[in-house]
Design a binder for this molecule. Structure first.
Ligand SMILES: Cc1cc2nc3c(=O)[nH]c(=O)nc-3n(C[C@H](O)[C@H](O)[C@H](O)COP(=O)(O)OP(=O)(O)OC[C@H]3O[C@@H](n4cnc5c(N)ncnc54)[C@H](O)[C@@H]3O)c2cc1C
Length: 355
């Protein structure tokens, strides 16, 4: 039973567990800490979920409610951390990303879900499932493994751009477009997508400027299309972005040109935030708009038996919070289904291995 004296914070517990000493054995005061207490780690769980963003939290919730023992490991901030609010997610429009996570974690409390704030550094197939190695060297095992590790945006290198990322340098008009509707947008995208992008962004503004960031590779046909729709084309390398706090003020282009713009839309490349899926033997989609995501069926099952992937990391949906939540829930349900089926096939009276 946990008393005030033997409750320790998650962060303290990670350090302790990493050192091979279990948390509950160590009295510690969590005075003035806002962190929720965590329980000690077991050696085996039915399911381990790696990644505590919308996909991982959703998976853990469904698994917990399905009476499974779950370990949820998360190494930190998710992809939308720089954004002020999550938009376009029913019931939570404008909720800060960190608040959505806080509530998601809070709602896992009634269930057999252990939360571990730390990185998973390795995972491998093992007898009866997987061995998962936590930062610090502790190994825990599970029957099914769900990766909800997300992706990283590889941004253009222009000076000043990173500072405004997620605020007034954006990647998705559905996420941020309303706040900039009718204002002055610039966009920086691969040459073969300029018409598609201008068509998309025209839903939010008619004041569009295409930046080529160097010599233009836009075809004559596409250039004519853009010009016919009053989309300005500015050639030349971007020297820097000028901001004021979170606001973009101007884009400075070589040759001394200053463009006063309110928002810059960029098309960043996506990279897996973790190499665990590849290390476990999954392949990535290599071409097209989904290039870089882990191959999976619509239910999150990968090429590796017992391994599921959900959220932005996965091929199975689209990169958004709503989709990540749905994919996490679906992957969890299918992991449960596999567990239930395996257990039902065991001889009557035979041992059922739980957790
Ligand atoms: C700036 C920005 C704003 C956005 N705004 C919106 C919006 O308004 N609406 C919307 O629907 N979508 C928005 N998105 C997209 C949204 O962020 C993603 O679709 C969503 O976060 C995907 O959830 P996820 O759980 O798959 O991944 P993430 O939210 O990225 O979570 C993955 C988690 O896995 C953890 N992790 C990774 N590797 C490991 C490891 N080895 N061990 C342990 N943990 C690990 C990470 O620390 C992270 O916490 C935005 C994206 C960006 C970049």
């Amino acid at each position: 039973m946990r008393t005030k004296e033997n409750v320790i914070t998650r962060r303290e517990a990670i350090v302790t567990a990493s050192a091979g000493v279990l948390a509950a054995a160590v009295p510690a005061t969590a005075a003035a800490s806002e962190e929720a207490p965590m329980t000690e780690l077991k050696d085996r769980y039915e399911v381990i979920v790696v990644g505590g963003g919308p996909a991982g939290l959703s998976a853990a919730l469904v698994l917990g409610r399905a009476c499974r023992s779950v370990l949820l490991c998360d190494s930190g901030k998710g992809r939308n951390a720089p954004a002020e609010g999550v938009h376009g997610f029913l019931g939570q429009d404008g909720t800060p990303p960190s608040e959505l996570r806080r509530v998601g974690r809070e709602q896992l409390r009634p269930y057999d879900v252990t939360m571990h704030d730390g990185k998973v550094v390795d995972a491998r197939k093992a007898e009866g499932g997987f061995d998962v190695v936590l930062e610090g060297g502790r190994t825990v095992s599970c029957r099914k493994l769900i990766l909800a590790t997300g992706v990283t945006d590889v941004l253009p290198e222009s000076p000043g751009l990173r500072e405004l990322w997620g605020k007034s340098v954006i990647h998705c008009p559905y996420c941020h477009g309303w706040e900039f509707r009718g204002r002055r947008w610039a966009f920086l995208v691969p040459a073969d997508t300029v018409v598609e992008t201008a068509t998309l962004l025209s839903g939010w503004t008619t004041k569009l400027t295409l930046l080529t960031n160097g010599p233009s590779e836009v075809s004559a046909e596409h250039r004519a299309w853009l010009e016919g729709r009053a989309v300005e084309i500015v050639e030349g390398r971007i020297e820097r972005l000028e901001g004021d706090g979170d606001e973009l003020k101007a884009i400075h282009v070589e040759g001394g040109r200053r463009l006063d713009r309110d928002v810059l839309f960029v098309h960043g490349r996506l990279r897996q935030a973790s190499d665990l899926a590849v290390r476990l033997g999954c392949s990535l989609v290599d071409t097209g708009p989904k290039a870089g995501v882990v191959k999976a069926d619509p239910f999150g099952a990968t090429e590796v038996e017992g391994l599921y992937v959900a959220g932005d990391a996965s091929e199975s949906g689209v990169p958004s919070v709503a989709s990540a939540v749905a994919e996490g829930a679906v992957a969890a349900a299918f992991a449960c289904r596999a567990i239930f089926t395996e257990d039902a096939r065991r001889p009557p009276g035979g041992p059922v291995r739980r957790g």
